[in-house]
Design a protein. Structure first.
Length: 436
């Protein structure tokens, strides 16, 4: 027994060393698919079947609202068409708008966000694009721009259509762009609003939200935007954004069986993210210093181009028990412009040796300048036409000059020797004449 206990203790100690200290606690959600991302960078903190195609129901209106704010002014007047009013079932969400009734974009936006009004969604779409079909084309273009991978919209409201689908991940990316759109959070963070009488309606419309997260019925701080949805095929869907201590997280849950399950899953997911992650800023200096700090690019051995990388700061989410020394970088092959004036390289941030999911690759850039000749200390010599003479030609010229100087010295030496010899011969002749 003692031996067995000793073996178990040894195994426990070994496992304690190989189990990472930063392992995150498990979280169980009822929703069929879900995702949690950082609202600034897109970093994925939690994933449950996030790329599985699903029917979105009324969370579609996040896209509708974003496009409406980008393409119309709040004071613009919408005139409801027959199609906008009567193409939706009366048993679906609406605010009983009538044909030829006029409301402002602002009023339609509150109806879209608070009451999930399908008639208001149609009115906004027709006002902006002329038809719901053309608006759907705009939706799909915008989804791709936001980074969606598996999304196809066919209407502005989310009523069921087999060709109207998305994923939890795609809706998180769309929401990431939406919450940065001016005015969006005001509409999608409101729980009540009043639409005064219109040309077709004598009574004030009182809008009231059914979103229990926005109404504060769940223990989840910092929520500033949320949109729920439901159809028989999609079941319950919900998108929510919250901010705490300067960190924004976006949670998406899809196909929750019961209404309360989508709220419970979302609150659980957001609280889990804020409790288990911390923001960490990586300085641009650190990113650049880990790359080749000095670029040395030769061109046919003729010149040397030098430059230094520069990079902005990047903030990532770290598990709270993880040390920053687990961060490293991977750099792509250097790309140099044709005129050799600039160089760039992509970099990837690694966490514990693995790429951080959801964060796009960064780019480092450097301006290049000619520093000095690469193969000679002889300076370039300008020619008559202003062009530079190559170092080889300069060497040839110097060699010729040296040879000429040596030849001149030798010639002068020979003249000196001949003159001395003549003087000696003349002295000998004079000496002979004196003897006679």
């Amino acid at each position: 027994m003692k031996i067995k206990a000793t073996v178990l203790l040894a195994l426990a100690m070994i496992l304690s060393f190989i189990t990472p200290a930063f392992a995150l606690p498990d979280i169980e959600l009822v929703s069929e698919t879900a995702v949690l991302i950082n609202g600034e960078t897109g970093q994925i903190l939690y994933d449950k079947n996030m790329h599985q195609k699903m029917f979105p129901a009324s969370i579609t209106k996040v896209m509708t609202g974003m496009l409406s704010l980008e393409n119309a002014k709040p004071a613009d007047v919408i005139t409801m068409s027959h199609y906008a009013v009567f193409s939706i079932g009366r048993g679906t969400s609406h605010i009983a708008l009538d044909e030829n009734e006029q409301v402002t974009v602002e009023q339609a936006m509150y109806a879209l966000a608070i009451e999930s009004a399908n008639d208001a969604a149609n009115g906004l779409a027709e006002h902006i694009a002329g038809s719901t079909e053309d608006f759907a084309n705009m939706m799909n273009e915008k989804a791709e721009e936001c980074g969606a991978l598996n999304t196809h919209f066919v209407n502005p409201h989310g009523l069921h259509d087999e060709e109207h689908y998305t994923t939890a991940y795609d809706m998180a990316r769309i929401t990431m762009a939406a919450i940065k759109t001016e005015g969006f959070n005001t509409y999608f963070g409101s729980v009540k609003y009043e639409i005064p009488p219109t040309n077709k309606q004598e009574e004030t419309r009182y809008l009231r939200s059914s979103n229990d997260l926005l109404k504060g019925q769940y223990d989840c701080e910092g929520i500033f935007m949320s949109k729920n949805g439901w159809t028989g095929e999609a079941k319950n869907t919900l998108i929510t954004a919250a901010e705490r201590n300067g960190v924004t997280l976006i949670a998406v849950v899809m196909k929750s069986g019961k209404t309360e399950e989508k709220f419970e899953d979302t609150a659980k997911l957001l609280n889990w993210g804020f409790e288990n992650y911390k923001a960490h800023t990586i300085s641009g200096e650190e990113i650049a210093s880990n790359a080749p700090s000095t670029l040395n690019i030769g061109e046919e051995g003729d010149k040397v181009y030098l430059g230094t990388f520069d990079a902005p700061d990047v903030t990532i989410m770290l598990p709270k028990d993880m040390s920053a020394d687990k961060i490293s970088f991977d750099y792509a092959e250097l790309v140099v412009s044709e005129d050799k004036t600039a160089a760039t390289t992509e970099y990837t941030i690694l966490l514990d040796g693995k790429e951080i999911e959801g964060i796009e690759k960064g780019e480092l850039a450097a301006e290049l300048a000619i520093e000095k000749p690469a193969s000679s200390d002889v300076p370039d010599v300008p020619g008559e036409d202003g062009k530079k003479i190559s170092p080889v030609l300069v060497g040839v010229i110097i060699a010729v000059v040296v040879v000429m100087l040596l030849g001149l010295i030798l010639y002068l030496r020979l003249l000196q020797i001949r003159k001395r010899n003549r003087a000696r011969r003349a002295a000998r002749r004079i000496e002979r004449m004196k003897r006679y």
